[in-house]
Design a binder for this molecule. Structure first.
Ligand SMILES: N[C@@H](CCC(=O)N[C@@H](CS)C(=O)NCC(=O)O)C(=O)O
Length: 333
């Protein structure tokens, strides 16, 4: 665990604020890949959708990177955008391409460490070395290291090449999806980290209370709606999925989010199983990476690095979501 300071790697645990709260660094590369290379909502233009030009760097453990893998899969981008997977073990060198710990190796440039990808973008890069990273190997630059934006790019930029019209961010549902994301991100997606990486009792309890009150709200909502916005599966569901699929195995114990398990919420757990069983999604879930990464890498929280064997979970078991009406994914015309 560490960061780059003016292009030099420094091994260092997360710094929390004075009151012990975890602070997540803002992603620094915010360009957009678009159908024709015109600029997107932030950053610079010049990144047109082209087969084979972009490379995605992910960790199979990471919930943020996981979103991008799901969109890549469901949008039929696997043959257009290749992926390199970092090792699940992340210690003094940060993310590495060590094949002994589950990495695919860097399929593009045979790098040893992920921080080399960042210094290839900017030799004096300062900041955390995070995944996912969408890399343009023509310009040798990071397009984006912000998963929330990478999934929006994947949702539409390549449609002209793939003919895939599935829309996970449909125009009529955007305001509602934005509202859901705005409450679920701080309370749940980042909330589990705020609980787990807190360095004061007060900061931990605040994150814990906010997390479980949001899970109660979501449990109620999913009692009436098949998916978060209603009849259509959208990016809001995908974003929640990657956190909840890790919850009982990791966040419940490792991050001390232990008021209840997801298995204890009937609607959340049935919804979670439906998504897991969605064609393509289970292929993106890897519990060896997920459990190995958190328990063995965060030595400040778990000094022995021992990875628990449990819990027993079966996401392939039947779910009851058919009782609510659903139309699947919105199709763009
Ligand atoms: N805003 C980023 C956050 C990505 C992120 O924090 N990824 C974690 C892995 S789960 C990471 O790479 N952490 C390494 C570090 O902070 O040193 C996104 O959503 O893409």
């Amino acid at each position: 665990m560490g960061l780059l300071i003016e292009g030099h790697w420094r091994d260092q645990w997360y710094e929390s604020s004075k009151d012990g709260a975890f602070q997540r660094e803002q992603a620094q590369r915010r360009n957009w890949l678009t159908a024709d290379g015109k600029p997107g909502p932030s950053g610079e233009g010049g990144f047109p959708a082209q087969a084979g030009r972009y490379h995605l760097y992910v960790s199979l453990a990471c919930p943020w990177a996981h979103r991008t893998l799901i969109l890549r899969k469901l949008k039929g981008l696997e043959s257009l955008i290749d992926v390199s997977v970092v090792s699940w073990l992340m210690l003094e060198n940060g993310w590495t391409f060590d094949k002994a710990f589950g990495s695919s190796g860097d399929k593009l440039d045979h790098l040893t460490f992920m921080h080399q990808r960042y210094t290839a973008d900017a030799a004096d890069y300062t900041g955390r070395v995070t995944v996912p990273v969408l890399w343009d190997h023509l310009q040798k630059r990071i397009v984006s290291n912000e998963s929330a934006e990478i999934i929006r790019m994947f949702n539409s930029a390549f449609d002209g090449l793939t003919g895939n019209g599935l829309d996970f961010y449909p125009q009529p549902l955007r305001a509602e999806i934005d509202e859901l994301n705005a409450r679920i991100y701080p309370a749940v997606n980042n909330g589990v980290y705020r609980a787990g990486f807190a360095t004061s009792q007060t900061a931990y309890e605040e994150a814990f209370d906010q997390l479980f009150s949001e899970l109660d709200w979501l449990e109620n909502r999913l009692g009436e709606k098949r998916y978060l916005t209603g009849e259509y599966l959208t990016e809001a569901d995908i974003r929640l999925f990657t956190t909840l699929i890790r919850f009982d195995a990791v966040y419940y114990s490792h991050f001390k989010c232990n008021l209840r398990r997801i298995a204890d919420y009937p609607n959340l757990s049935n919804w979670l199983r439906e998504l897991y069983q969605w064609p393509g999604i289970s292929d993106t879930v890897d519990f060896a990476h997920i459990k190995g990464h958190y328990y063995a890498s965060h030595r400040t929280i778990n000094p022995t690095g021992i990875v628990p064997k449990g819990p027993a979970q079966d996401f392939t078991a039947a779910h009851d979501r058919g009782r609510l009406s659903g139309k699947g994914v919105w199709l763009r015309h």
